[in-house]
Design a protein around this ligand. Structure first.
Ligand SMILES: [Zn+2]
Length: 483
């Protein structure tokens, strides 16, 4: 112990006098706060968010196709997201997620949390660095081939960066020797970065090598209970996509290298989709072409309808696993007779970053991003007049509006930005606002000079435009749903 202290002293503690000076300074400022509560936490005044200060590296101006950036722009969502300063490429299939994207992702994560916890899901976080031993037990160390990112530690032990966590979660549950049937179903999920060594990363966040995924794993007492859990997860997925306003089809799918007996994909129909689907024109049947015998055009479900092919982006996947993993890792619970019994499992994925990009892909115009309302990074952009213009005398109304929204509309806390670049014309700033896709844009124009000022409101999702008084605005924006 003594020698450790001695080394610590020699290495770093020599600057102790300076450190303690710093400490005492910060201590005295704490004391000031304590005697002056108004300056500390008692008042929550959110500072006005100014467009000129938001970190969006394209600077909201035309960047076109920047030839210095790695990777070509292969689809609409990638192009729009790069141009708007939402993402920035680093290496093939890897991106910086810039602040607006992170805001949007955090909203999506909150929505997913609500839906998963609504069916009893409990959130945990498992290591991304996964030991090869686990993957060898399930034989997927070899089965996964080159898709698995592999690495060695300093002792020569093999690891992979987890693309999915069936092995990890099953061994975790197997370690709990006291698990009782009364505690089932057990639904554990995480939302973490996943890694996959894609042969051809493309389409921006739609097919990357590093991405966010929600993966949930269920443990049930028997097959029947496991099917019920499977069904409740599918319903939660359907609710999630409907809250996002995304048309999503649930299709029968192949179980691939995950294994198991039953599997569905959740697909967003889109031209650039890489999955081919067969959808019946007469009934609800839809399937991935991989699961339907080649050349078949008549519907296997209603027998009368014709199958039509369309393309889709896979945004979710569910698998009924049975005892494939629980058997290997001996994940058991004690049943009503107190006998150890192998648990029945399911696993359920949602591509978090992929949902974000896919939503932008299917909802946007060629010129600008359109978000699912709940996921827009900011809900409202207020555009004051150009400096020196005829309307300039009404400029103060902009700040006043932002202030009013902040005071009276809790749903819009942190959701309103002010486009303070008043050296630019309103038209130019509206073009930027359209590109970024704020659901509501409020313009301080001519009508703001009237006796009772009115403001132009552009609802970018519907393309509607109207003039409203301040009260009308508060009424409209008070109904905006945020998460
Ligand atoms: Zn049919």
């Amino acid at each position: 112990m003594e020698s450790i202290m001695h080394h610590a002293w020699q290495r770093g503690f020599r600057c102790l006098p300076r450190t303690s000076a710093l400490l005492s300074r910060s201590h005295s400022s704490c004391a000031e706060h304590a005697t002056n509560p108004a300056s500390a936490s008692s008042r929550h005044v959110t500072p006005t968010l100014l467009v000129s200060r938001l970190y969006q590296p394209s600077n909201l101006r035309d960047v076109g196709q920047d030839s210095r950036l790695p990777g070509e722009m292969t689809c609409k969502s990638q192009r729009l997201m790069q141009q708007a300063g939402l993402i920035h490429p680093s290496s093939p299939g890897c991106y910086y997620y810039l602040p607006a994207t992170v805001r949007s992702m955090e909203k999506l994560v909150r929505l997913i949390d609500q839906e998963m916890q609504g069916i009893g899901g409990q959130k945990l976080d498992m290591p991304s660095l996964c030991s090869a031993e686990l993957w060898k037990s399930s034989e997927r160390w070899d089965l996964m081939g080159k898709e698995l990112f592999r690495l060695k530690d300093r002792h020569g032990a093999d690891y992979c960066l987890g693309p999915t966590h069936e092995e990890a979660v099953t061994t975790l549950v197997a370690h709990q020797t006291t698990l009782s049937y009364r505690q089932l179903p057990l639904l554990l999920y995480q939302i973490t970065r996943k890694f996959r060594d894609e042969p051809k990363p493309r389409f921006g966040l739609l097919r990357g090598r590093e991405f966010y995924m929600k993966d949930m794993y269920s443990f049930d007492v028997n097959e029947e209970a496991a099917y019920q859990t499977y069904e409740s997860v599918c319903q939660a997925y359907t609710r999630l996509f409907s809250r996002l306003g995304l048309r999503c089809v649930q299709v029968q799918a192949d179980t691939g290298n995950i294994g198991g007996k039953l599997s569905h994909e959740f697909q967003l129909p889109a031209d650039i989709g890489e999955d081919r689907l067969l959808v019946c024109g007469s009934c609800s049947f839809s399937a991935n072409v991989e699961t339907v015998s080649a050349g078949r055009t008549d519907c296997p479900q209603c027998k009368t309808g014709t199958l039509v092919e369309s393309k889709g982006i896979e945004v979710g996947h569910t698998f009924y696993l049975g005892t494939k993993y629980s058997h290997i890792f001996n994940a058991t619970f004690s049943n009503a007779q107190n006998k150890p019994t192998i648990a029945e499992m399911g696993c359920y994925g949602l591509g978090v970053t992929r949902i974000l990009a896919a939503a932008i892909e299917v909802m946007s115009t060629e010129e600008g991003i359109r978000w699912p309302g709940l996921l827009a990074p900011y809900q409202v952009c207020v555009v004051p007049p150009k400096k020196g213009s005829k309307v300039d005398e009404a400029a103060g109304l902009a700040e006043e509006l932002v202030h009013t929204f902040g005071e009276t509309l809790p749903c819009l806390r942190g959701e309103v930005v002010l486009d303070d670049r008043t050296n630019m014309t309103i038209g130019k700033r509206l073009k930027d606002a359209s590109r970024l896709g704020y659901p509501y844009v409020v313009v301080i124009g001519q009508a703001a000079l009237e006796e009772i000022p009115r403001f132009e409101v552009i609802c970018q999702q519907t393309g509607e435009m109207m003039f409203l008084s301040k009260d009308g605005l508060v009424d409209l924006l008070g109904r905006v749903e945020t998460v």
